[in-house]
Ligand binder design. Structure first.
Ligand SMILES: Cc1cc2nc3c(=O)[nH]c(=O)nc-3n(C[C@H](O)[C@H](O)[C@H](O)COP(=O)(O)OP(=O)(O)OC[C@H]3O[C@@H](n4cnc5c(N)ncnc54)[C@H](O)[C@@H]3O)c2cc1C
Length: 449
């Protein structure tokens, strides 16, 4: 990988590999405005909430610091995945079997919800309903994968074990030895999805103010949200700021931002594609402690994400390159797809997810009037869940409530103060990296033999 450092500097995309700043930037908020609901953050959660509320007759204003889609929603890997393969160990004992089943059904419902909305809003985002495979790259991963799959099935989320013969019969690239196949969901272009939501919201009459940073709010029967050059008054405030929420002073002891990185190759030639097989192009994730994700895109590139996570001291979220993670991902690319040789990297980027210690969604109400709603967490599963959250929050605000929202209520464990937090999170990530590196070394030796 000697030459990769220079290449990754050249390929770094501060806005990610899927979106550009929109051609029709919405104005910055200047002066006073009012609405029925003011939403902060224009990712999947903020835009979906705005659309659902508007459909119920509400006047909605969305305030976005950069542009709609700037956050994780415009930078993710595009897996629309349900409740199989969640971090069950982190929450099952805390919430109990019955609530865990409902939570898993929330994740599964997220997949159906997005599929319905793509059709309803007429969004073409290259969705490939291929299902998803959680794969092992070394036999030592099989026991954990089978156990996680069994748990998921028990909690109501279907999955089917594919042995080596079944993987080869599907034409899955040979580095992936066995896996758990989940028939629902698949992969999409998250940039096209979030920009489609933005267009749908503008068409529906949602007022979106971009380049408008919220700095604070004042509670009351009517909440006043203060931005750098204006303010909005509304009976309800929704904070859809995900990993950035702690910087606004809320959920500081509930979620931490984790940096996730991605690389994308140049388009594969017809011969390179043929060398892969992979006719159905299922989204593949691995059974590592920190998973790897590998998928083909509609433009015939390969996108790899995760493998390394990074926590920045003090819950900060700088929009900077993460060279070490890109290098690790490039190593993963060459190890999982040796048939592609030294294929060039066209883009590298990073973004932030928010993580609660139990890996569950963090959704709730704040303020004496309970009229400040927030949604964060969902970790690396926000394509479905943070979209569905729009429906749940809209029904809460319009009075009817939704059973899945009640199902998500639980006590989120508290995070640690700094510098303990930094030490604890980076130690845990370090151990995960060490265990994963050991698996990768064994997989490498198995190939050489
Ligand atoms: C590299 C990567 C890969 C991922 N892969 C997947 C995947 O394959 N599948 C999956 O399901 N999930 C994946 N995720 C997670 C998923 O992208 C997120 O869970 C989801 O996009 C969160 O959506 P959101 O709307 O809650 O937050 P975001 O999309 O982060 O939106 C929050 C918005 O708030 C704005 N904001 C912040 N502060 C302020 C302020 N003060 N004033 C105004 N606006 C503000 C931000 O600019 C941002 O646009 C991935 C994430 C990353 C980073």
């Amino acid at each position: 990988m000697a030459g990769f450092d220079g290449q990754s500097r050249h390929a770094y995309r501060p806005l990610g590999g899927w979106v550009e700043a929109p051609q029709d930037p919405q104005p910055e908020l200047e002066g006073q405005a009012s609405a029925d609901v003011v939403i902060v953050g224009a990712g999947f959660a903020g835009l979906s909430t705005a659309l659902e509320l508007t459909a119920r007759g509400a006047k909605v204003i969305v305030l976005e610091r950069e542009f709609a889609g700037f956050g994780a929603s415009g930078r993710n890997a595009g897996y629309l995945a349900g409740g199989q393969g969640l971090e069950y160990d982190l929450f099952l004992k805390r919430v109990g079997h019955e609530q865990a089943k409902q939570i898993v059904s929330f994740y599964d419902e997220g997949v159906d919800y997005v599929e319905r909305k793509l059709a309803e809003y007429g969004i073409d985002c290259d969705y490939n309903a291929s299902g998803i495979i959680r794969a092992g790259v070394h036999p030592s991963q099989e026991k954990k994968l089978r156990e996680s799959m069994r748990m998921g099935v028990e909690l109501g989320s279907p999955g089917e074990f594919l042995d080596d013969a079944a993987m080869r019969a599907r034409g899955i690239p040979p580095a992936f030895l066995f896996g758990c196949y989940v028939p629902s969901g698949g992969t999409l272009d998250p940039g096209k999805y979030v920009m489609g939501l933005r267009r749908a919201a503008l068409r529906a009459g949602v007022r979106i103010y971009e380049n408008t940073a919220v700095v604070s709010w004042t509670e009351g029967d009517t909440v006043t949200v203060h931005t750098t050059r204006g303010s909005v008054r509304a009976p309800f405030l929704v904070l859809a700021t995900n990993a950035y929420t702690p910087q606004l002073g809320l959920l500081r002891d509930k979620v931490i931002p984790l940096r996730v990185s991605a690389i994308e190759t140049e388009p594969l030639s017809a011969a390179q594609l043929a060398s892969l097989g992979w006719p159905r192009r299922e989204g593949i994730v691995t059974a590592h402690w920190t998973m790897e994700s590998h998928r083909l895109t509609a433009r015939n590139t390969l996108v790899l994400t995760t493998k390394r996570l990074h926590y920045v001291y003090g819950r900060q979220t700088p929009n900077v390159p993460d060279e070490a993670s890109y290098r690790e991902l490039a190593t993963g690319l060459h190890e999982r797809f040796p048939m592609l040789g030294d294929i060039a990297i066209r883009a590298c980027w990073s973004g932030y997810i928010s993580f609660a210690y139990d890996a569950l969604p963090v959704v709730g109400e704040a303020g004496a009037q309970r009229n400040i709603l927030y949604t964060a967490g969902c970790s690396g599963h926000g394509v479905g869940t943070q979209s569905l959250m729009g429906l749940l929050l809209a029904e809460r605000i319009r009075g009817s409530g939704h059973p899945l929202l009640s199902a998500l209520h639980h006590k989120t464990p508290s995070t640690l103060p700094e510098p303990l937090q930094w030490c604890a999170v980076n130690s845990a990530l370090g151990v995960a990296n060490m265990l994963d590196d050991r698996v990768n070394r064994r997989a490498r030796h198995a190939v050489i033999r």
